[in-house]
Design a protein around this ligand. Structure first.
Ligand SMILES: NC(=O)c1ccc[n+]([C@@H]2O[C@H](COP(=O)([O-])OP(=O)(O)OC[C@H]3O[C@@H](n4cnc5c(N)ncnc54)[C@H](O)[C@@H]3O)[C@@H](O)[C@H]2O)c1
Length: 257
């Protein structure tokens, strides 16, 4: 699928990887609808991308009714949805049993499942329903959904038990969702980033960043958000890539801690 004149919905588009994906898609000619809880970040992204190329909707991706209403609005305003990139996500650090011997807080576990896993599915189901209404293009395609997992889906570290469960869930639903949507001409892929140079990571003390980088085989640096954006564009444009999770991580395999 090419990007020209397409409508792309990007969750978490106000910051980090979602912001970079929005940039890459807009640069390629797509109109981008940024969905984010952070109104200030969303407004800033629209200003930077240009009001003729970008729109913003503030919502929590885990709300079923809000997401359904948002897709109704996008169809009413822009007529279609072709591309959906799920980047909204949160992280927590807590072990199954903490140093004081207390069990992991179950509300915290539920919250991250709600945002990362249910939020991703919630957006994907509504995006797919919207894409199904498109005319197929010359390659018989109606749309593509790209989810964001993490290498923590495969080699989660101590304290990542909840986060890894959400990302493992995203990896697990990639193939069955691609199979569900195959007859509609909609592809589904997932990116599993390694350690990327987003604001959160860049705010970590330099020794922490250096420690992480020392474990990365090559290139010996954090991943650039623009490299995530580049892979998003490739996944859109390469019609034969479907049902797959691609690690984007410089070859790193995380250690237990
Ligand atoms: N940065 C990394 O190194 C890295 C590595 C692996 C995976 N990831 C994943 O990539 C995604 C983006 O990470 P990032 O580093 O760009 O994070 P970020 O915090 O910079 O951006 C996340 C955005 O999602 C939004 N958001 C959070 N909860 C939301 C909700 N319930 N509804 C709507 N919007 C919500 C935030 O407001 C924010 O703008 C996340 O899913 C994260 O787990 C990041």
């Amino acid at each position: 699928m090419n990007l020209h004149s397409k409508v792309a919905v990007v969750t978490g588009g106000g910051s980090g990887l979602g912001r970079a994906a929005s940039q890459a898609l807009a640069d390629g000619g797509a109109t981008v609808v940024i969905i984010d809880m952070n109104a200030e970040a969303g407004a800033k992204a629209v200003e930077e991308l240009g009001a003729n190329k970008a729109h913003f909707i503030q919502l929590d991706v885990s709300s079923g009714t809000d997401v359904e209403a948002a897709f109704d609005k996008i169809i009413a305003d822009l007529g279609r949805v072709d591309i959906c990139v799920n980047c909204a996500g949160i992280g927590i650090a807590a072990k199954t049993v903490n140093r004081e011997g207390e069990p992991h807080n179950l509300d915290h576990y539920r919250k991250i499942i709600e945002v990362n896993l249910i939020g991703t599915f919630n957006i994907a189901r509504c995006a797919a329903a919207a894409m199904a209404r498109n005319e197929a293009d010359e390659k018989s395609e109606k749309g593509i959904i790209i989810n964001t997992a993490s290498i923590a889906a495969f080699d989660g570290q101590m304290g990542q038990v909840a986060y890894s469960a959400t990302k493992g869930g995203i990896v697990g639903m990639t193939l069955p969702m691609a199979r569900d949507l195959a007859s509609l001409g909609i592809r589904v892929n997932t990116i599993a980033p390694g350690v990327m140079a987003t604001p959160l990571m860049l705010s970590a003390p330099q020794p922490v960043q250096d420690g992480i980088v020392s474990n990365i085989p090559f290139p010996k640096r954090l991943g650039e958000p623009s490299e995530f954006g580049q892979l998003v564009v490739q996944m859109v444009e390469n019609s034969y890539l479907n049902g797959e999770t691609v690690r984007l991580d410089g070859g790193v395999r995380m250690q237990p801690r």
